[in-house]
Design a protein around this ligand. Structure first.
Ligand code: FEO
Ligand code: CA
Ligand code: CA
Ligand code: CA
Length: 678
C-alpha cells in the first residue's frame, strides 16, 4: 500500500539559532524533555544510577552513546499497534562509549585502567554499555516517561546469542568455537543507524566493529598467508594494530579471548577457534522489539561493511522489496539489496516478524552503486554470476557468503563509485526517492598526494573549502552533502537510476560559487549531515549533524526539510585550479535552492554532542531524538573534576544524579499539542 500522504507542507516554526550553549535548544512553542539516559535502570531490582563511576549491572541499564532509534506502538492492552500514539517501545542503538586510551572513563570511578591486561570488572561494564535497548515509554496526560519496570524492556549486549541468516549461515567463514555449525554468534557491536521493516521489525547497522578485534603481527606466517589478510586490511585493520578497548586481554574466558582473532598467540588451548569471530560483525541485524525471547538475526545477504541505516522501498504488492544501505568510511560504497520474494500485503502485520524477515532478507541480490557524470547511475550485482566479481584477481571469492562477508572487495572488483562517507539513508514517502547523507571526506583532493586521496567526481564534486576565508583545495570535503536517487524502470528492482544532490552543507558565509552551492542562509547552514530520516507521517526529512568543522561556531544540530525531487535544480560545472597548472572541471547536479519554508534549523544540542536518532509517533505529535556523547572532549585525567567537564548535560537540565555527562533520548512536543514542524 502507498504510504499515507505527508501532512506537513510548510515548516511553521521559527528557526533556532546556532549556539555553543550546553543545553538543548528547540523552537519557541516547543518543549524538549529528557527521557532515557546512560545508566537508567530497566527493571525494578536495579538501583537508580549514581553516575559516579561505581554503578554496575549495565546489562539491566541504558547503554551509552544512544544512536539510531525507532518507535514501535503498543495498544492499551500491550499488543503491537501501528496506530498507537501514547504508548510504545523505543528500540535504541548504543553505538560506542566515551573513551580514552582504551578506557570508557566516565563509567569507572577514577577513569579506569589504560594498561594491558585490562581489568575484568572494567571491561565487562564496557561491553555491557554496547548493544541495543528496547524500552517502554508512555504518555500520562501530556508527559512522556520511560517505564523502568516494564516487562517489555530488554538489552542486547556483546554476549547475547544472535542467529545467523542468509548465505553466511553454516558457511566455513562462520564456524567458531562457540558455534561449530556456524549458525549462531554473540552480540552486536557499534550499532549506528537503524531502520524499520515494512513488516514491523527493527533493523540495526553494525558500523565500527573492526577496531574491537586484535590479530597478532606475525599471524599471516602461522596461517600460511591466506587471503584473510587481504580481507582484514580491506576492513581497516592491520595485523598487530591495538584494539580499541583491549577486551581480548581481560581474561582467558572465551567472552574476552574471542576478540583476539589470531591463529597464533593467545588462545590458551592452542586452538584457532577465534579466527572467524570478526566475520560475524558488520551486518544489518534484525530484531523483534516486541518479543525479547526471540533471538535477533544477522542478515548476511545484505553484506558486511560499516553499516549505517537500512531504508526500505515503499512496498508494492507483487514486487520485490529493496533495502538501501551506506558504508560509512572514507571512499566507501552505497549498496542495495533486492529480495527474491515479492511483497504480500498480509506481511504488513505478520504473526512472526523474524520469519517474515527471513522471507525478504535471506534470499535476494546484493548490488553496489556506480554514479555517472551525466546524472545517471547503475546498480551492479555482486554475485558469482557476475564474471567481474567471480574472476576478480584481487581476492578470489569462494561463494556468495564470501562475497557478502567481503562486500567491499566485491565492490572494488566492479569499480563502484567511492563516496564521501555514506551515512544514513532514507526513502521519501512522497515519491520513493532515496536520500543519502554523505557526511564529509578529508581524502577528496584536487591535487591528490597519494594513499587513498581521490579527485572529485560528479557525485562527490566538492574538494574545496573557504571556511571563514581560509581557502584550501587540500582540506577535502569538510562539510558533506546529501545525494538522492530516483529508481528507473522496475522500481525496487531497477538496475538504473538518476540522481542529483539535494543540498550541499556549508557555512552561510562560504562562497556560493564554490562551497555554499545551495545558497544556505544562517537559518539553514550546517556541516556534516549524518542522521537523516523522513517521518512517514509528516513527510519531514530530519537532518542531523556529527561535525567537527563548524563546532567552533555551533554545537551539532538537527534541521527540518521538505525537499522536492531529483532534477528540480540545475547542472553546475565546478572548476578547480590544479597546483601544477591547468583546471579540473566537474559536472554536478544541484537540487533547487532551499527556501525559508522548506529547510530550517529545529534543534541545537549541548557541548561536544552528536545529534542522532529520529523516531516519531504516528500522529506526528511526539518526536524522539538522541543526544550522543555530550562532553566527549573531556579528558580522562579530569574525570573526578566536574568543573573540567566540557558538558554537564543532562544534570544541568535537572536530570539524574552526578555531573558526569550522559548520552540520552529526549522527546520533543509542541506546547499546543500540535504536529511537530507544522
Ligand atoms: Fe556511527 Fe558513521 O556514524
Ligand atoms: Ca552515524
Ligand atoms: Ca558520523
Ligand atoms: Ca558519534
Amino acid at each position: 500500500a502507498p504510504a499515507p500522504s505527508p501532512i506537513v507542507t510548510r515548516l511553521g516554526f521559527g528557526a533556532v539559532n546556532k549556539s555553543l550553549a550546553d543545553v538543548v535548544t528547540v523552537p519557541a512553542g516547543y518543549t524538549a524533555t529528557i527521557l532515557y539516559a546512560l545508566g537508567d535502570p530497566l527493571r525494578a531490582a536495579t538501583p537508580a544510577y549514581k553516575n559516579d563511576g561505581t554503578d554496575t549491572d549495565f546489562e539491566n541499564r541504558a547503554g551509552d552513546h544512544h544512536d539510531g532509534m525507532e518507535w514501535f506502538g503498543l495498544s492499551a492492552t500491550g499488543t503491537p499497534s501501528t496506530t498507537a500514539t501514547d504508548r510504545g517501545l523505543l528500540a535504541i542503538n548504543h553505538e560506542a562509549t566515551t573513551d580514552e586510551t582504551r578506557s570508557s572513563f566516565f563509567i569507572h570511578a577514577s577513569g579506569g585502567t589504560s594498561t594491558l591486561p585490562r581489568p575484568v570488572d572494567e571491561t565487562d561494564k564496557e561491553m555491557a554499555i554496547h548493544g541495543i535497548s528496547v524500552v517502554e515509554i508512555k504518555k500520562s496526560g501530556s508527559t512522556w516517561a520511560y517505564v523502568a519496570d516494564s516487562a517489555f524492556n530488554f538489552r542486547i549486549v556483546p554476549n547475547t546469542e544472535i542467529d545467523i541468516g542468509g548465505p553466511l549461515r553454516g558457511n566455513a567463514l562462520a564456524i567458531t568455537k562457540y558455534s561449530p555449525t556456524g549458525t549462531v554468534t554473540r552480540g552486536t557491536l557499534n550499532n549506528c543507524g537503524t531502520g524499520k521493516t515494512p513488516w514491523g521489525s527493527f533493523v540495526t547497522g553494525e558500523e565500527n566493529w573492526s577496531g574491537y578485534f586484535f590479530r597478532v603481527a606475525t599471524d599471516n606466517a602461522v596461517r600460511g598467508n591466506d587471503k584473510s589478510v587481504t580481507a582484514l586490511n580491506r576492513y581497516g585493520r592491520a595485523q598487530g594494530a591495538a584494539s580499541r578497548h583491549g577486551w581480548e586481554t581481560a581474561s582467558a574466558d572465551d567472552r574476552h579471548l574471542r576478540f583476539n582473532i589470531s591463529r597464533s598467540g593467545v588462545s590458551v588451548d592452542g586452538s584457532d577457534d577465534y579466527r572467524h569471530e570478526m566475520n560475524l560483525q558488520g551486518y544489518i541485524v534484525e530484531i523483534d522489539p516486541y518479543t525479547k525471547t526471540k533471538k535477533a538475526v544477522k542478515r548476511s545477504a545484505l553484506g558486511r561493511f560499516a553499516h549505517e541505516s537500512a531504508a526500505f522501498s515503499i512496498p508494492v504488492v507483487g514486487q520485490p522489496i529493496a533495502a538501501y544501505m551506506g558504508d560509512d568510511s572514507r571512499n566507501e560504497y552505497i549498496y542495495k539489496f533486492v529480495s527474491t520474494a515479492v511483497w504480500s500485503a498480509a506481511d504488513a502485520t505478520p504473526t512472526d516478524r523474524l520469519a517474515t524477515g527471513a522471507k525478504y532478507l535471506d534470499q535476494g541480490k546484493l548490488f553496489v552503486a556506480k554514479f555517472n557524470a551525466d546524472g545517471s547511475g547503475q546498480w551492479i550485482e555482486l554475485s558469482m554470476t557476475n564474471p567481474t566479481v567471480r574472476d576478480y584477481t584481487g581476492y578470489p571469492f569462494a561463494d556468495q557468503a564470501d562475497i557478502c562477508v567481503n562486500a567491499r572487495l566485491a565492490g572494488d572488483a566492479v569499480g563502484a563509485t567511492k563516496m564521501d562517507r555514506p551515512e544514513w539513508c532514507s526513502v521519501n514517502p512522497k515519491n520513493g526517492e532515496v536520500y543519502f547523507a554523505l557526511t564529509n571526506n578529508s581524502n577528496r583532493r584536487v591535487d591528490p598526494t597519494g594513499g587513498s586521496q581521490l579527485v572529485p567526481d560528479s557525485a562527490n564534486p566538492r574538494a574545496y573549502s573557504d571556511i571563514r576565508g581560509g581557502t584550501s583545495t587540500n582540506s577535502g570535503n569538510p562539510n558533506g552533502h546529501i545525494l538522492r536517487l530516483k529508481e528507473g524502470t522496475g522500481g525496487a528492482s531497477a538496475t538504473a537510476f538518476t540522481w542529483d544532490i539535494y543540498v550541499f552543507a556549508a557555512e552561510t558565509s562560504a562562497a556560493t560559487g564554490t562551497v555554499n552551492l545551495s545558497n544556505l542562509t544562517g537559518d539553514q547552514d550546517m556541516s556534516s549531515p549524518d542522521g537523516l530520516a523522513f517521518s512517514p507521517t509528516t513527510g519531514i526529512c530530519w537532518i542531523q549533524t556529527d561535525d567537527g568543522a563548524y563546532t567552533d561556531v555551533t554545537n551539532c544540530m538537527m534541521l527540518a526539510a521538505i525537499p522536492g525531487q531529483v532534477g528540480d535544480g540545475a547542472k553546475r560545472t565546478l572548476s578547480y585550479a590544479r597546483s601544477g597548472g591547468g583546471t579540473l572541471t566537474v559536472d554536478t547536479y544541484v537540487g533547487a535552492t532551499p527556501t525559508a519554508d522548506n529547510l530550517k534549523r529545529f534543534l541545537v544540542g549541548p557541548k561536544d554532542c552528536e545529534i542522532t536518532g529520529i523516531a516519531d509517533t504516528p500522529d506526528g505529535k511526539a518526536l524522539f531524538v538522541n543526544i550522543q556523547h555530550p562532553g566527549e572532549g573531556t579528558r580522562m585525567a579530569d574525570v573526578t573534576d566536574p568543573t573540567k567537564y566540557t558538558s554537564q548535560w543532562p544534570s544541568n537540565a535537572g536530570y539524574g544524579a552526578g555531573k558526569r555527562p550522559r548520552s540520552a533520548t529526549i522527546v520533543i512536543t509542541k506546547n499546543d499539542g500540535g504536529v511537530i514542524g507544522s
